[in-house]
Design a protein around this ligand. Structure first.
Ligand code: H79
Length: 467
């Protein structure tokens, strides 16, 4: 009996020990799995990882839309000089008067899917829309104000929500432009009337505006609309905004969405309209040249040129000074050849439509991109500067020669020394039939057909062996 009992206890003991060990094993495994997954979740992305999609994209759509689309450049029967979205300041419109435009803002033609489709079809990979411009009106349902699309207009549809759904569906990155300046808010620049943009003035309550209004709005924008690609600040030149405030904002935004990208207007580092940052000491991930393209690329510097398609950002019904499709496509190639991004602006009408000249240009750019997108996406700056016939972009062992002026004698000289060409072909040629190539001392000469495949920008791909 004792023997029997003894064995019995031994069996129970061994079984219990085995079970305990197995349980311990399971526990350790699941613990380490948990640790791994939480480590992945909290792993900080490097700047290169965070910037990767943006550097690859090269082309985005800027959308300026708000109450200023209603007056569309005219106040009290008089045309107001300057950019359309500045009409409240330039026309010296009092806050209470300007607010009335909200009652007329009813863009029943707005269709988020159509807007996103037009951007995508033009080859644009991201959309940056004005959540709030300097005038203070908000395009989403903000909880800290009634001065927004839901509470102040007859439209009562959250424009940012509809765009976020359409962007997700169509694989376009949604980004927000947000003005730090606010001409409507009593704790910001509203009391500066009649010159809301007076940079010598300060509002003693500005910190209250930041804490109870600006910051909570940023939290709404970065919590309720899914992942946001870029937060594009503006209006940072006001006296009350400081670099420490910019650094705090940068940290706050990255805390809310660790993968997000911010422009250099979050702080005080921007050099005027030229837009690049004064130094790395300032907050922000990329420089913002406005209405201009830097003369040359800048190694290791991320930048994005934003530009209007006519002479205004916000809709002005009489501004018909449209840039040609030729200028727009060549700007895109020029910017890519210097390692930058192109953020091309559209100003929709108060009905929610893109003016027809914009639609036409976007379609034409889209046709060019359908053939030539490989020469834009994921490319880096030209290794041969600005050749006299056009521009050059690079990717791996390929050079994309953007030919604006097609050679009359059929000989395209590429200023490349010590590089062996393995092949050259027209990007528009689906068969990639080789073009004759000869190597000289300090150049490669490609024989091209008589006629240019594209009168605006024909791309020849030069594949090299040793680049
Ligand atoms: O949203 C569009 C314009 O409404 C906005 N930026 C684009 C993207 C814009 N705001 N102001 N301006 C354009 C022009 C203002 C320039 C100035 Fe200044 C502000 C001149 C002096 C203060 C910026 C800061 C340039 C120099 C210092």
């Amino acid at each position: 009996m004792r023997d029997k009992h003894g064995r019995h206890w031994i069996v129970i003991g061994v079984t219990a020990l085995a079970t305990l060990l197995a349980l311990l094993g399971l526990l350790t495994m699941s613990c380490s799995r948990n640790m791994q997954s939480s480590a992945t979740a909290t792993k900080q992305l490097t700047k290169d990882e965070r910037m990767a999609w943006w550097r690859d994209a090269r082309f985005g759509m800027f959308i300026h839309w708000g109450l200023y689309a209603v007056p569309a450049g005219t106040y009290n029967g008089k045309r107001v000089d300057g950019i359309g979205e500045w009409i409240m300041n330039n026309g010296k419109i009092p806050v209470k008067e300007y607010e009335k435009y909200a009652e007329q803002f009813n863009p029943i033609g707005f269709n988020a899917d159509q807007w996103v489709h037009m951007a995508k079809n033009a080859g644009m990979k991201y959309i940056v829309i004005t959540s709030k411009h300097h005038d203070g009106f908000c395009l989403w349902d903000s909880k800290v104000t009634n001065y927004d699309i839901m509470d102040a207009t007859p439209f009562k549809r959250d424009i940012l929500r509809e765009l976020s759904v359409a962007c997700k569906r169509q694989g376009v990155k949604l980004c927000f432009y947000h003005s730090i300046m606010d001409w409507h808010h009593p704790d910001a620049q509203a009391p500066f009337y009649p010159n809301y943009n007076d940079t010598s003035k300060s509002n003693p309550n500005f910190d209250r505006y930041v804490e109870t209004y600006l910051n909570p709005q940023i939290a709404e924008l970065l919590t309720n609309y899914g992942p946001i690609g870029v937060l594009w600040f503006d209006g940072e030149w006001i006296k009350d905004w400081t670099e420490p405030k910019g650094k705090d904002m940068y940290a706050y935004v990255r805390h809310l969405q660790p993968k997000i990208i911010l422009n250099n207007r979050v702080g005080k580092g921007r050099k005027g309209m030229e837009g690049l940052s004064k130094s790395d000491e300032y907050a922000g991930d990329f420089g913002t040249p406005e209405q201009q393209i830097p003369a040359t690329g800048l190694p290791g510097v991320d930048w994005e040129t934003c530009m209007t398609i006519n002479d205004t950002w916000g809709y002005k019904e009489y501004d018909q000074n449209w840039k040609s499709t030729e200028e727009l496509i060549r700007n895109l190639a020029d910017i890519a050849s210097k390692g930058g991004n192109f953020l091309l602006n559209v100003g929709p009408t108060p009905e929610g439509l893109f003016p027809t000249p914009i639609e036409r240009r976007l379609e034409e750019i889209g046709k060019w991109m359908a053939v030539n997108r490989e020469s834009i996406y994921g490319t880096t700056a030209s290794p041969i500067g600005r050749p006299e016939w056009g521009r050059c972009t690079a990717k791996g062992n390929k050079l994309y020669l953007h030919i604006f002026r097609w050679p009359a004698d059929g000989k395209l000289d590429v200023p490349l020394a010590g590089v062996q060409a393995s092949k050259a072909y027209l990007l528009a040629d689906k068969k990639h039939a080789g073009l004759p190539v000869s190597s000289g001392q300090d150049k490669i000469t490609i024989s091209v057909p008589q006629a240019a495949p594209d009168s605006i920008d024909s791309v020849v791909v030069l594949v090299t062996n040793n680049r």
